[in-house]
Design a protein. Sequence first.
Length: 200
Amino acid sequence: MTAQPSPVSEALSFPVSEIVASQRPHRKDAARNYDALLVAARAAFAENGAEASLEDIARRAGVGIGTLYRNFPTRRHLFESVYADEVNDLVRVARQVADQEPWEALTSWLDRFAAYMVTKRAIREALDGESEILNACRDSMYAAGGPLFERAQAAGVARTDMDFGDLIRMVAGVTGTTFLDDAQRDRVLAIALDGVRVTR
C-alpha cells in the first residue's frame, strides 16, 4: 500500500515551537548554557521529581546558580521551559517520521511520547493549573501527533473506533506505571499497541 503524505510534513506552525524559540537566548554561549540547563533539569526531574535541587541542576549543567536564575527566574519558569522543550521535541519527531509508512511513523512518535511521559510525571504536580505555555503545549502535541494517527487510520492499519485522545490516554496509562527497565516498558507498550493495529 502506498503511504499517503502526512500533514505533519508540511511547514506548519506550532505554538510551542514559537515559545521555545522566543525563550532561547540568541548569543551562542548563552544558548549553550540554556540548552545545558534544560538537559540537566530534565535528568534531575526524572531522577528526583519536582523537588530536585536547583543547585544540583546548575552543577550538572556546568554553570553557576546565578546563570540558572538569569535564564529561569522561578522554579515554575524552569518547569514550564523543560515541559515546552519536551513537547517541542515531539513536534520535531512528528516532522522527522512523516515520510515513513503510516504505522511505523505513528509508533516511532509514540515511542518518543512514552519518553516524554517520564518528564511529565516528574513535574505534573508543579505544573498544576493552566497557563499560556501549557495550553500551547497541549495544542501543539495534538497537532503534531493527531495527523499521524489519522493517516494510519486512513491507510487501514489503525482501528477507526477510537480517536487520538483515546490513544494518548491509553499510552499515558500504560507508561504511567513502574517498570523494571525500559525494555519492559517498551514490551508492554508494544502489546498495548497491538490492540490498536489493524492487520489483514
